[in-house]
Ligand binder design. Structure first.
Ligand code: GLU
Length: 552
């Protein structure tokens, strides 16, 4: 037996499957020309963060745009950082925002798809089969260096300003014989398996990143660790094996990995895999004190995805916002296609920001207002109710107690050409609807101070007489105008401005008094519609109460 073969049997005698077997088990996917396969592959270390959601959204959009496949892989090789229910937290995080996966992990124990297991801790045998084959080809070796030795090397490299890592003179076990390794293993010595990098310091590699463009870097010369002491793979090695066997065509990930691409391309090459295309996403940025910084898990509440569900941004609005962040041409597309389904927009990597998209709360609010303004009353009702069930019990009860009434409120000034944009998130709804519910309304009447109480009482007394709950929306305002004129108010603000001394005020002031008496507020949607929803008994009662208050 040749010595590499002896070494591979020594280290992986129990491994029977070969890379060829796995090639057969996970065949090339049968997809249409140009279809891309992408994945989101987080470590289950806690809640999903906005950056993760953004990466998942981009990966999903890329797959959807080409009728490809988007899957979820769990990278749980670092057990120390793992949290309980880590997988469920991620799955729920994605689901809350409507990001469905075609394949992959569904929970701690379940998954779907033919390219699994999709959880790295269940793929040990697969990794070992590939390392075994590398050892057999003389491209990997066991390294018995102790922590002390490694730390000595680190110190020396630091002091002499050398490239850190194991290579050249530092790669002490590069040429270890199978006999020597066997003795050490029998002796109980611990080891990692390292790549025997064939790279050269003089050579450079080039690749084209989907987002960042052409990149050139020195070739990898490090004998990086493939398998750790406990037999689990490093990120680098698992990435190569998994993305190859799961037939990923595009690796979309954070740009902290860009410096590792030379290692990754070398691994793909040495394992005989076709390398994927890379698209490295820059971190999402935030403006602060005139400068920019990364969106921070610690400082920014909006960095946690729970923020969006708690505040109640509809997932459709979050999608709109994510796409705005993802592709610089999306906003123009949306303006040109206000009614189109977001799925008909062609997502592309080249339109992603190289410098890092800028998180902008004002824009999110704007987008969400527009999104909500275009929903039907039924949709608003369903979404608010869903949100309130978990986030606002009082509101939830009111909404479900009288569904008709709530829907009538949400129907006010909805469905027309220029719908109002009063609601940015579901947390705005309680305040928005408060004067429709005695349980919510504080009955504070915010009258303007340009009219005397007597004038206001006069307006309300007269209006009570002419108010016609069966009249149409068209008749409503002219009636108020006629009344205003009768009482000595100008029939239009313009007229009043010309000769303010001739009038007590103008029709707007008169309507304003009626508005405040009925709702407490100076600004509301269409007052006629509001009064129709409140009903004439309630409206009359409110006028009487207002008159009473004004009398003092
Ligand atoms: N588990 C890696 C991370 O969370 C994934 C990087 C990748 O997508 O390849 O950073």
């Amino acid at each position: 037996m040749d010595s590499n073969k002896r070494m591979s049997e020594l280290l992986f005698g129990n491994i029977t499957k070969t890379p060829e077997d796995y090639e057969r088990i996970y065949p090339k996917r049968n997809l249409e020309e140009g279809a891309v396969v992408t994945r989101f592959s987080p470590s289950p270390t806690g809640f999903l963060h906005f950056g993760g959601l953004f990466a998942a959204f981009a990966a999903r959009s890329a797959a959807k745009a080409t009728n490809g496949v988007f899957y979820l892989r769990i990278e749980d090789t670092d057990k120390k950082r793992e949290v309980e229910n880590g997988v469920s937290l991620i799955v729920k995080g994605l689901k809350d925002f409507g990001i469905e996966t075609d394949e992959g992990a569904l929970s701690e124990t379940e998954e779907k798809g033919a390219y699994g297991p999709y959880t790295q801790s269940r793929r040990t045998e697969i990794y070992h089969a590939y390392v075994k084959s590398l050892v057999e080809k003389g491209l990997a070796y066991p390294c018995f260096m102790t922590e002390e030795e490694l730390s000595e090397i680190r110190k020396k490299q630091e002091a002499e300003k050398l490239l850190p890592g194991i290579y050249g003179e530092f790669a002490k076990y590069r040429d270890i014989s199978a006999e020597d390794a066997e003795k050490r293993i029998k002796n109980g010595d611990e080891y990692v398996v390292r790549l025997k990098s064939p790279g050269s310091a003089e050579k450079r590699i080039k690749f084209k990143d989907g987002i960042k463009g052409e990149i050139e870097m020195p070739e990898n010369i490090l004998d990086i660790v493939l398998l750790k002491k406990d037999g689990t793979p490093t990120y680098h090695f698992a990435h190569a094996v998994d993305d190859h066997l799961m037939r990923t065509t595009h690796v979309i990930r954070g740009d902290e990995w860009i410096s590792s691409v030379p290692i990754h391309l070398q691994l793909f090459y040495l394992c005989g895999f076709k390398p994927p295309k890379y698209a490295h996403i820059s971190p999402i940025m935030k403006e602060e004190n005139g400068g920019k910084r990364k969106l921070s898990k610690r400082k920014d509440p909006e960095a946690a995805v729970s923020f969006y569900s708690e505040v109640g941004y509809p997932k459709g609005a979050v999608w709109e916002y994510l796409m705005t962040l993802a592709n610089s041409n999306y906003e123009d597309w949306r303006l040109a296609n206000p009614d189109a389904d977001i799925e008909s927009f062609k997502f592309s990597f080249s339109k992603m920001s190289k410098a890092g998209a800028l998180f902008d709360m004002v824009k999110l609010t704007d987008i969400s207002k527009t999104y909500i303004s275009r929903l039907s009353a039924e949709e608003v009702y369903d979404m608010v109710t869903d949100w309130a069930r978990e986030n606002n019990e009082k509101l939830y009860k009111l909404l479900v107690d009288d569904e008709e009434y709530a829907k009538a409120i949400f129907a006010i000034e909805r469905g027309n050409k220029k719908p109002r944009k009063d609601i940015a998130s579901w947390s705005d709804v309680e305040n928005y609807v408060s004067y429709f519910y005695s349980e919510l309304w504080d009955k504070k009447l915010d009258f303007a101070d340009n009219l005397s109480n007597e004038d206001m009482i006069e307006i309300l007394e007269l209006y009570k007489n002419i108010y016609n709950p069966n009249g149409s929306g068209e008749e409503w305002f002219p009636a108020v105008r006629d009344m205003a004129v009768t009482l000595g108010y100008a029939k239009a603000p313009k007229e009043y401005k010309k000769n303010p001394d001739n009038y007590k005020g103008h029709v707007g002031d008169v309507a304003g008094v009626i508005r405040v008496a009925a709702t407490g507020r100076r600004n509301t949607p269409d007052l006629y519609e509001i009064m129709q929803v409140l009903g004439s008994d309630e409206v009359m009662k409110r006028f009487d109460e207002a008159i009473e208050k004004l009398r003092g």
